[in-house]
Design a protein around this ligand. Sequence first.
Ligand code: BDP
Length: 724
Amino acid sequence: MKKVLSIILILLTLVPLTKIQAEDGYDLWLRYKKISDKQLLANYRSSIKEVYLPNSDSPTIQIIKKELKIGLEGLLDKRINFTDKIDQNGTVLFVNIDNSDITLPKAINSKTQNLQEDGFLIEHTSLNNKQVILVVSKCDIGLLYGAFHFLKLIQTHHSLKEVSILENPKVEHRLLNHWDNLNRIVERGYAGFSIWQWHKLPGYVSPRYTDYARANASIGINGTVLTNVNADAFVLIPRYLKKVAAIADVLRPYGIKVYLTARFSAPMELDSLETADPLNEDVRKWWQEKVDEIYKYIPDFGGFLVKANSEGQPGPQDYNRSHAEGANMLAEALEEHGGIVMWRAFVYKSEESEDRAKQAYNEFTPLDGEFRDNVLVQVKNGPIDFQPREPFHPIFGAMPKTPLMMEFQITQEYLGLATHLVYLLKQYKECLQSDTYAKGKGSTVAKIIDGSLYQKNTSGMAGVSNIGTDRNWTGHPFAQANWYGFGRLAWDPYLSADEIAEEWLRMTFTNDRSFVKPVKKMMLSSREAAVNYMTPIGLHHIMGTGHHYGPGPWVSNLSRPEWNPVYYHQADKESLGFDRTTSGSNAVSQYHETVKEKFNNIDRCPEKLLLWFHHVDWDYEMDSGRTLWKELCYKYYKGVEMVRDVQATWQKMRTKIDKQRYEHVKSLLEIQEKEAIMWRNACVLYFQQFSEKPIPDHYKKPDKSLEYYKNLDFRYAPGNLRCE
Ligand code: BDP
């Protein structure tokens, strides 16, 4: 008996105490775990008995079928029957109204009038005297979006009883931009190598491309630029176009088009033309033939993204032609095929002594109205470069005749790479909600991006991807939220950072309120924490050279003045900050009068942007009553405290999710805390040399010297290798 008991005891120790299985994050937000709440499960099981799909061999419909099967069978833990009849309550019907003989109820028919291409309707209704749920769209891709949304309702525990949802994408082109080189090194990529296995394509088509397509389709992304903006002309040779075509074939049924970056000098590099002048007949012919050739391989090719005359890239200005002349040449070649050009406004010149923040506006706004209809000008959210905090780019609101596309950075180049937990949706929303006043109060950046302010018939949003070969795709488990959130915002720029975080957490981890609530709060505070420990009160671009990891406010030896942090913070004995007021560089005048007045006036300028626009005395009194110097110390110390709060919250979550992801995040947070301290100490010690004031007594003094921090060398931080 004793023996039996001890065997039982031994066996018991082998049974894991927790039923929560380890997860490596590969499944992203598409996990479809069985619903644990019994009542809820019973409700869903009764509302979902069978699924009716269009009788079609369309690959998209097959994808929907597969997704619903794994999704519903996983969530409901029962077999799902696919039917072609409506003969029981609880049928979920997917109807493509352009291709269906089902007669919909009148009320539904009138609602479908509001459906746009790719939109969908999910409605609980009665049909043939049966209680059913209808998912209706005008096309198969809309049905795919509807299927993902339907699954999300269950994943996030929404009731289906009276479900009535109509969704249309508010932005037409919703794109990821991969800064991936053909040798698979990703510029500013922190999650491994590029997922595009160029060397093996088209012979070997990795199954990961399908998983990539599926994840993107689930958030409404409908385009992807496969290659780095610092472009390599080689991708345009036939051997590589075949590889691109193989990727396009995988992405197509998911509604995702492929785009490439076009190197402006490609005609010279690939076919020895003597010039790349966009007005030269041979050059124009070359591009026309190249574009025609691309469409032979990829009939639905999306078009080109171009970085020209920026950071050493070739462009039309090499031939005294304008950005518009360059863009239009490519646009003309693409037009008959339905392709577009996304021409980037990220330009600044080393020969130019003008404030870098002003240069893009100066170059682009005079060209308003000169671009062809199939050109969108792609503008970064702020006028410098994806800093933790920037004001909105003054081009927004200043080019009414041109569709302006937003470029956000999902990869965390300036926000701790993939090591720091920073939920970027707060940053994106801050920009989208900014009021440009271009057409009076309420002319938000979001309304420019979705085309509504100037009634544009095209619109776009791009996100610089954070995806790589890491098993969890994005390096940091929470960096998945930035990919997810970008897609959701591109679909609807009016969604809040809060609701996006909520749905992502529920799908990615658990619906347990005691997890979702505190962790959401933690996510929502994470960007402000990073701003505080890196660049508070409007400081910017004081990161280490090249890799942009860690602090480097002291750097002053780079060949171009505007690459040096000292150019941006302008610290001296009396004051700190870049004077962009009317008596300084006058960058404020690029904004609408109302906005300009606010930024220009030191008392009205939002304090979070103070040092962006003003050169401020160390003794200047801030809203808190503290002097600028003390406020600076306060913010740096606060940033570290906020990271510690995040850690404390996370530690309470240990039993609520799987160990693997819990431990991964915990380790990364420990690194983040150390690095937040490094940022704080280095910056406070550095700026103290100018202010010559003590760090307030109640703060723990840095235990290392400024020299120590200056000597830290991050030369091998990832993402810093260009393929040039
Ligand atoms: C900067 C990056 C650089 C990119 C550039 C761009 O440091 O690697 O090439 O932006 O957007 O943020 O073109």
